[in-house]
Write a protein that binds this ligand. Structure first.
Ligand code: SAH
Length: 333
């Protein structure tokens, strides 16, 4: 399939259903050629909702009036124990930018997870840190790092973030992570305030050029108590088209069907897989802290148990003809 910039613009805006069906079919063909009909599971553990940043879209921003929590090392290990039994071979530790989680503490947690579960991958998603810090985390055994670039357009970045945050620093973090040997995840929200076809083209060019091992995209969903609380949510349909385009531009990418898609549409994650996605990230966080990691409104399965989320997503994937292997699901070169 020819994906010139003109054609991409057409695919993002057309109302021709045949063109879109062909796009999704081509994305699935490309994915199946590289990874087969497999969807890899990652267990998401939300370790803290404390954050020193004030991103305008995020429900756990510094100024949000919300109850804060942190998991202890032992609670995090317990989540991994539950997850390992449920067949997970990747644990993703995500959180706000929380100074409590010093390099020393995160390294200790990573080492403990790797010691107890040597067959599992550890992914961190703890925001921006310095290169030295990333180097220590890598040294401790972390395999992957997720840090969405959020937008590849500097002016749009400034529209989404307070002045003290910098587009350049975020991009520098991604380059540092790559150089230190992490499998790197970038990504962006679809339909964030101020986004346009032009900024989306820049996101796609960035992905085609940097070739992150993972790309996380999901619709923007307004979060109560944030400056963007009255903005419109992003479009599920546009998110699906972008997933398919990213798959075709970067056939080897690991592409999650995100929780945000599942939140906006009852079968959003299935539709994402039918548009070329191949990763799902069920929640392994303790039941009582899930509702507190409220980065946006009505986040999916806030009350359910880990086992429930995992079983539910497995059934959903099998129902659309995908295997769900008990596998780390590493990037294939
Ligand atoms: N502090 C970490 C993790 C952030 S949460 C970091 O900075 O990387 C993971 C992702 O959730 C963010 O990168 C952002 O793209 C997404 N997110 C935050 N608020 C959102 C919202 N209101 N709607 C949809 N996605 C959101």
């Amino acid at each position: 399939m020819n994906l010139s910039l003109n054609n991409i613009e057409h695919l993002l805006t057309t109302s021709d259903p045949t063109a879109i069906d062909n796009l999704f079919a081509e994305a699935c063909r490309v994915r199946d050629e590289v990874y087969g009909r497999k969807v890899f599971m990652r267990g998401l553990i939300e370790i803290t909702n404390h954050c020193k940043n004030n991103c305008l879209y995020c429900g756990i921003r510094r100024d949000a009036d919300t109850r804060r929590y942190r998991l202890t090392k032992e609670q995090i290990l317990d989540c991994c124990r539950t997850g390992r039994k449920l067949g997970f071979r990747t644990f993703v530790l995500q959180g706000g930018e929380d100074g409590w989680f010093t390099d020393e503490l995160v390294c200790d947690i990573v080492r403990s997870i790797k010691r107890e579960f040597p067959d599992c991958a550890v992914t961190l998603s703890l925001g921006e840190r310095g290169r030295e810090s990333f180097a220590r985390l890598r040294e401790a055994g972390a395999d992957r790092y997720l840090l969405r670039h959020e937008t590849a357009d500097a002016a749009h970045y400034a529209h989404l973030h307070p002045a003290e945050m910098s587009f350049e620093h975020r991009m520098q973090c991604l380059r540092d992570l790559r150089e230190l040997g992490f499998q790197v995840g970038a990504g962006f929200m679809v339909g964030s305030p101020g986004q346009s076809i032009e900024t989306l083209k820049k996101d796609l060019l960035f992905i085609a050029d940097f070739r992150p091992e993972m790309v996380g995209i999901g619709p923007f969903i307004p979060a109560a108590g944030t400056p963007f609380e009255n903005e419109r949510a992003g479009s599920v349909e546009l998110t699906l088209r972008l997933l398919a385009i990213i798959r075709i531009l970067h056939p080897h990418v690991l592409l999650p069907a995100t929780t945000a898609l599942g939140t906006l549409h009852p079968t959003g994650r299935e539709r994402a897989v039918m548009a070329g996605a191949n990763v799902v990230m069920p929640n392994l966080s303790p039941q009582d802290t899930r509702a507190l990691y409220s980065i946006y409104n009505n986040k999916l399965s806030t009350g359910s148990e880990a086992a429930e989320s995992a079983a539910d997503i497995r059934l959903r994937m099998k129902a659309i003809g995908m295997e769900v292997p008990e596998d780390r699901g590493d990037y294939l070169n």
